[in-house]
Design a protein around this ligand. Structure first.
Ligand code: ATP
Length: 325
């Protein structure tokens, strides 16, 4: 299980800050696929990096923490700053762009040797590792022949599958995947999503998928969060987000999706999100929201419960509910 406790993060540009993640608070349960959606630049990838403790300059945590629980324990955990010790074995990360993250001069077998040496503290011979890796690849319906290949010799889809195999080989409790299907054609996308789902089903771990593609969330995730301008503005079961969205932004996002048999003209969302260098004090969506009242521009909305396991941050919903978090 992974818990985010009022997490804020920013890029330190020396003369200013880009406040890419603002006060994000949620848990990813064991044995679930959780999705994070939102338009480009809203902070999805930054949030995933913070969840993995991949805090390279200029990115820094400016508030809160991430807590990674080991196995099913509620008392054995590690927090931001220490998560690196758990990389590969307890938590792993499939970054965007499989080509760029693999070592171009190492064949896939050597990349597996590397992974094992970073994640396992017990000694295994190369022969033992080779056998284990080959068996794992076969389980994932990947030919062990890929082990001899270099990344540039594989297709985009195959590289992504190998990356997922690498990230999941040591059976981590949490897997984070950033835009795992971007830049792949639809048939390959389907293969990748099927692979992720089958890995999760087998390991029964927590998986977090970041994607701007709502179709990916609809097909794969059980619960999801919608980000807007660095904040998590709605979170709930995926079928509720699609069937009964509450936040005006989510409503517009879902309303803009094409549906089979619906020939009506779809409306885009007018305007652009605010700058994250100097975001407004009130609701960050107010300038684009057709329901916004004057006070929405001044008062920061609190997160309120709007259904079973369903939460949204909107002043109008807060007023309607009486305002409990
Ligand atoms: N290295 C960086 N230095 C400064 N600002 C950055 C850096 N990386 C990202 N940002 C800014 O942080 C904000 C959030 O970016 P992020 O990449 O997390 O968004 P995203 O939702 O993942 O977008 P996309 O889907 O386009 O990747 C954006 O305003 C972006 O310009």
């Amino acid at each position: 299980m992974l818990e985010l406790n009022h997490v804020s993060a920013r890029y330190n540009m020396l003369t200013s800050f880009v406040n890419a993640v603002d006060d994000v608070n949620f848990k990813v349960e064991n044995d679930e696929i959780f999705g994070i959606a939102g338009e480009s630049g809203c902070g999805k990838s930054t949030l995933l990096k913070v969840m993995y403790d991949l805090l390279n300059y200029p990115l820094e945590i400016s508030g809160g923490f991430v807590r990674l629980y080991k196995g099913n324990s509620e008392t054995d955990y590690v927090e931001s700053g220490k998560l690196k010790d758990c990389w590969w074995k307890e938590i792993s990360y499939v970054p965007q762009g499989a080509m760029h993250v693999m070592n171009p001069v190492a064949n896939i077998e050597n990349q597996f040797f590397d992974t094992v040496s970073r994640g396992y503290h017990v000694k295994m011979t190369k022969k033992q590792i080779r056998e284990k890796v080959a068996a794992y690849l076969e389980d994932l319906e990947l030919s062990p022949d890929v082990l001899k290949a270099y990344p540039h010799q594989l297709s985009g889809g195959m590289r992504q599958r190998v990356l997922i195999a690498l990230a999941t080989f040591l059976n981590p409790g949490v897997i984070l995947a950033d835009e795992p299907t971007t830049a792949l054609d639809v048939v390959v996308q389907k293969d990748i999503l099927t692979m992720l789902m089958s890995v999760q089903k087998r390991m029964m771990n927590s998986m977090v998928i970041v994607s701007h593609d709502m179709g990916v969330h609809y097909q794969v995730t059980k619960r999801m969060g919608i980000m807007y301008a660095g904040q998590m503005i709605e979170i709930g079961p995926t079928d509720e987000i699609f069937g009964n969205p509450k936040h005006p932004y989510t409503k517009m996002l879902i309303g803009a999706l094409p549906k089979v048999g619906d020939n009506s003209q779809k409306e885009g969302i007018p305007g652009t999100p605010p700058s994250l260098k100097n975001p407004p004090d009130g609701c960050r969506f107010a300038d684009r929201c057709k329901y916004a009242a004057n006070e929405c521009r001044n008062i920061r909305p609190r997160t309120v419960q709007v259904g079973e396991k369903h939460f949204a941050a909107c002043l109008l919903l807060e007023q309607a509910s009486g305002g409990s978090e």
